[in-house]
Ligand binder design. Sequence first.
Ligand code: FAD
Length: 442
Amino acid sequence: MSDRLVIVGGVAAGAKAAATARRRNPAANILVLQQETDVSYSSCGLPYHLAAPEEIPRSRLVARTSETFRADGIDMRTRHRVEEIDAKQAIVTIRDLNSARRYTESYDKLLIATGAEASRLKTAASLTAPPIVQLRTLADADHLVTCLTGVRKLVILGGGYIGLEMAEAACKLGLDVALVEMAPRVIPSFDEAVARMVEAMLRKHGVELFTGARVVELDRGHVVLDNGVRIQTDMVLAATGVRPCTALATAAGVDLGSTGAIAVSPQMTTNVEHVYAAGDCVESRHVLTDRPVWMPLGDVANRQGRVAGINMAGGHASFPGVLGTAIFKVFELAVARTGLGLAEASAASFFPVRETIRMPSRARYIRESKTLQLHLTVDQHSGRVLGCEAVGEDAVDKTIDIMAAAIWGKLTAADLFDLDLAYAPPFSPVLAPVQAAGEVLN
Ligand code: FAD
């Protein structure tokens, strides 16, 4: 008889694992338990859907519906929450959220793909406080839409990428937007120069910025900051971070790593026999430092889900780790990073040097050409490229992807110059920004 594979969570990692296991083993008995109504959707697309629901309707965010999974012979149960894992007996206890019925199912192999959840705002709120919303799930987006009626002013708490994407979305909806960040600048993990460019872009589009300020109270239609400023608002969007959903796993004896997410092997196994984990609930190995990092990103979740699916279906696959490559857009500006920054590289015992390079994104005489700014980190001893941040209005995505491939391939700054890249004036200057950066740091 074929193995019974049970998967908890059905958005990115869980859905990918189920589809992969089905392809690899057509006979596998696969059950997916998902507490939300929706499965296999793009959380990453939520800000774009909210900004332009006619152009990107809700349905277009869903990659595969429950019915598609069922047509593939996957037993997809939505609104079913796993409340307990008994690893000794290999059973899960499930709550059917429609009927409140509790029942159990057995497994041969179990995948925990419970993802992450938005951090809750702990600020004191009076009865007259403005409504607080968050954006993690498709249901959150639906709720946000219903709350938007009559809203003219929105305060966003958090200057990370979700807060910034939502600032743009809210401006596109015609709202007055203020953004509060408790760190001295937005996107504090990026280079200060990059953060300042983002702040300038936000201001250019009319977003009121409050950095270095903490919210202490929500009261009478106002957000109250610790510096005494009161910002009138109709609604508050809390985008103050996420944390891994690990309670179900830890109660079953699954170990967490030093980041607070589930510790897994490259094969996505946990310390508990027959129990795998993947996606935002697990930590990854950083390829450059060999240290655990938590990278709650959609592409990582998908790739980990694929590895788990292959292995659960009896195949052999490994997840090689991450470089921390990420990109987001705020109005005209694209912001991206890969690898290590200066401080991270020093902490990992490299001997890093960092240079800022400004280059046209295409031949200067091409109308679409914009300035592309790169912050490249290289190890002085080996010459190896360790990291890059890129910011600009053009060619950021391709530049960061080349840099990520270069770091992955252990290339040096000299190698960057030697890369045989495509050139024609509408696409690039004769020396691409990547090559120019390699020349500067060689
Ligand atoms: P999740 O998407 O969190 O899914 C886990 C699912 O498991 C959830 O539906 C949860 O309800 C369910 N679950 C949890 N516990 C149980 C239980 N006990 N029983 C049953 N079901 C359970 N990443 C990028 O790489 N690029 C981007 O541009 C990007 N933009 C984003 C924008 C927004 C607004 C958000 C919210 C996220 C964005 N991300 C982006 C992150 C990306 O969406 C996540 O990394 C990805 O969704 C993680 O997938 P996952 O399957 O691990 O977890």
